[in-house]
Design a protein around this ligand. Structure first.
Ligand SMILES: [Zn+2]
Length: 296
């Protein structure tokens, strides 16, 4: 079996402990499966990008001893591919233009899904407004979309009732993550996705797009995310501290401990090479706690 995994950070700040955990888990799964490990910079949202963060993330990964295969893919250079995928869906009459503002949607919505107000399909029923920025939404269906996650088990959603018709291209012309991630995983030939459980709820939307775009569904493994005492995900938004490359061994040890691999205490004083050697020899996905977040 050929295995191609990936790590796909967003350059909105320096690499922090939460992203290190995702990088370590995806890397070790690729290594023990004798696969490739690719890196993709998810820099779609240019307004949210922090200058220099992409290079800082790559430098930090290198300082921690990660070795990625091939060139780094940048989503900011992939507009043509996303446009082609959107055109494919337009040709199938599966998407429609929407000129509703957030305010209009909030006022018209009558149902709430897992991510808030469900879009009431206004623009599917009536003509869009003239001279107004246009977003593109995909029609959802009243059927359950399910997949089996290696850690989180059987996951099922009815997109029409749980999410509603969702945006693939925003009114500001930025492509949505849901479309970009599916197109890029297909382009890079990703067979196995190991990432944080914060993306679990959006996976059925990606599975739906894979089906419509005739893309083979990869295997999914959603590892628990690191949360703070308030139960919030450790992220740039919660001011998680950047990693200290001078303490790479002890932070790698902490990531292995977080993933319940029980690294020996002596490994904290070992070299980075020895630490990675132990991690690859002893990695066991089955030991990762079957929960979606762990407080640190
Ligand atoms: Zn609309």
């Amino acid at each position: 079996m050929s295995y191609i995994g990936r790590f796909a950070p967003s350059p909105t700040g320096p690499l922090h402990f939460g992203s290190l955990v995702a990088a370590v888990a995806s890397y070790l799964e690729a290594k023990v499966n004798h696969g490739q490990w690719l890196v993709r910079m998810e820099d779609l949202d240019k307004p949210r990008e922090v200058a220099g963060a992409a290079d800082s993330i790559l430098n930090t990964l290198a300082a921690f001893g990660f070795e990625w295969d091939g060139d780094v893919m940048y989503q900011s250079k992939r507009d043509a591919a996303y446009t082609a995928a959107l055109n494919q869906l337009k040709a199938l009459n599966l998407v429609y233009p929407c000129t509703c503002t957030r305010k209009e949607i909030a006022a018209a919505a009558t149902q709430t899904g897992i991510e808030g107000a469900i879009y009431p399909n206004t623009c599917l029923k009536q003509a869009t407004k003239l001279n107004h920025p246009v977003a593109w939404r995909i029609k959802t269906i009243d059927e359950s979309i399910a997949f089996d996650d290696a850690i989180q088990g059987h996951i099922s959603q009815n997109l029409m009732h749980d999410i509603g018709d969702f945006v693939l291209k925003r009114a500001d012309q930025l492509f949505a993550y849901q479309l970009a991630v599916v197109v890029d995983d297909a382009e890079q030939g990703i067979t196995h996705i190991v990432r944080g459980a914060d993306l679990l709820a959006s996976t059925p939307r990606q599975c739906y797009l894979q089906t419509l775009l005739n893309i083979k569904q990869p295997h999914y493994t959603h590892i628990p995310i690191a949360s703070n005492a308030d139960g919030q995900k450790l992220s740039k938004q919660t001011r998680a501290l950047g990693l200290n490359t001078a303490e790479s061994v002890s932070q790698l040890w902490d990531a292995l401990q977080f993933l319940n691999q029980s690294p020996p205490e002596t490994l904290k004083r070992a070299s980075l090479t020895t630490c990675w050697g132990w991690a690859i020899d002893n990695w066991d996905l089955n030991k990762v706690p079957k929960v979606n977040s762990i407080q640190i």
